[in-house]
Design a protein around this ligand. Sequence first.
Ligand code: AMP
Ligand code: ZN
Ligand code: ZN
Length: 447
Amino acid sequence: MTPRFFTVAALATLSACTYPYAPPALPPVTRPAPPSSYAAAAEQRAPVTILISIDGFRPDYLDRGVTPNLSRLAAAGVSAAMRPSFPSKTFPNHWTLVTGVVPDRHGITANSMEDPARPGETFTMATDDPFWWNAAEPIWVTAERAGIRTATMFWPGSNVAWGGTRASVWPYETTGGMRPHDWQQYAEPVDDRQRVDSIIDWLRRPAATRPQFLTLYFEEVDTAGHRFGPGDPRTTQAVAHADAAIGRLTAELAALGQPANLVIVSDHGMAPTDSRRTIALDRVVPATDARVVEAGPYATLTPLPGRDAAVAAALLRPHPHMQCWRSRQLPARFRYGSNSRIPPYLCLAEDGAGGAWTIAKTAPTAQRSDGAHGFDNDAPDMRALFIASGPAFRAGRKLPTFDNTDVAPLLRDLLGLPAGQGLDGSDRPFRAALIAGPQARTLPHGS
Ligand code: AMP
Ligand code: ZN
Ligand code: ZN
């Protein structure tokens, strides 16, 4: 059960001293106060909650000596190496982080997928038809319904009219559905500074229209990890760059006098890959027997008509550096395989001490060393970042590894929302690390 943090008396006291806006009298003859303390003195702001994703940030990147801001936040708050959900890919995990439900149930089962109910259609990272997203409610919809204003500076699915319906004929109009009150269409060229500035600009609004739950997203660490591999100095440079953006955000929040509970996560880690460690699928099962839907750290396949027995015989036997299952018979710990969007066969490449393997349709023609994710979600390389810091969190708590399905229940606590029904995670890992009380939380407007 989620603890309820606010008594009616406490809410009344807080709203009485916060709203309406009443600037205190300034001392008569003094030097003008610097803008930051002036803003802080002018208004006692209630805490906001900011969920930040640094895509592909492996928790051990914090040990590279280039993350003064993230390390400071971890020391001042709560941190952990978090277990992503399977598959350890971007869209499935971002949707889990904001719904508290595993990909098999929330329906974003892959970055690229098909649905038997939509023959001929493929979901990609650009798909905003609510059909694909509607199985689990994101926290910004729950929050908006509870009177908590939300704003997203990028997050997979935040551009979707959640709960709505898209017409199947031109002009494919969408009816109904909810988005965050403010949201931005994802655009990679918008740089870190602009993303942070957008958050701060939203927070400059008067209290009545100011967002109380915000998201922020950075892709650069993932991009560098893929291109150069997790161990490369250029990936470390991207880590330093992302850390600087977090530093800018915390400095601007301080200047604004805006208390915030920051929940900083990643969606998955990154493993070193090399073309010399490739499994060529066409040498295991011929292209005349199965269609490869996805390939990479894991591959999914659909047998061609009449070829299931041949595909089963080819795949369901031991293979070096790879194991295959019928998707419906995946080991229970993956919590994956029952959704109709998952093709009938799944093969998973090894991510072991000798480096990770990759599954490709055919043998690579060029040599390359890089990075990838999508492996076993319990592999050490796939661990994800978790740092939570702000007035709701006790200092210096390093938590044992927990599942990323627990993040949405934590966010609900921070927003004073009731515990969700039928979620796959809970706030249990954080309970001892949370400080109760209205001064620590986000409150709905007008409360
Ligand atoms: P992955 O292929 O799993 O490594 O996905 C990472 C990529 O997802 C990033 O490089 C981004 O370009 C892309 N991405 C992240 N957020 C969004 C979004 N909201 N919409 C579209 N693409 C996104
Ligand atoms: Zn990612
Ligand atoms: Zn990636």
